[in-house]
Design a protein around this ligand. Sequence first.
Ligand code: ADP
Length: 169
Amino acid sequence: MSDGPRVAVTGTPGTGKTTTTTLLDGPVIHLNDLIREAGLWSERDEGRGSLVADLDAVREAVGDWSGVAESHLAHHLDADRVVVLRCRPDTLERRLRERGADEAKATENAESEALDVILSEAVERHGLDSVYEVDTTDRTPADVAADIEAVVTGDRGPSAGDVEFTDYL
Ligand code: ADP
């Protein structure tokens, strides 16, 4: 058995999961790297130019994990606490374009963010008491990392539904 809570950090691509979890003290499982390196995918999504992860294989590969795991798929793992990073859709779209995403992908992710898709999935699977929503808009990665740390240490209570982006639809 491993010690400590299992903290999954999820969110729409571009919300800052990679950037912020890299600032944390402890080890972090970067699930997307694992999926790519260990071949834990079942098919290619040609339209999106991405891999479709085999979630059962991912769960088996991480096994009895602890600490922090990050990915837009992290909420599909068993976890004790789930951090959902959020970002205002127009800001998210800009972040994605700045890192080279094509127009269609940036728009699709901004719409998904406005519709609370990942938040809803996280609440459905883990329940309101295990979900910690953190708005990253107009904040620094260091501030967001401190919020994630507070979830890990138990110094922050659960919250979901405080962030509202439907105006951007
Ligand atoms: P993800 O892993 O969720 O896809 P990344 O960390 O790869 O996101 O990219 C997020 C981008 O947004 C980076 O270019 C980062 O510099 C930028 N960014 C701006 N503000 C923040 C913030 N407060 N938290 C995290 N990332 C931010």
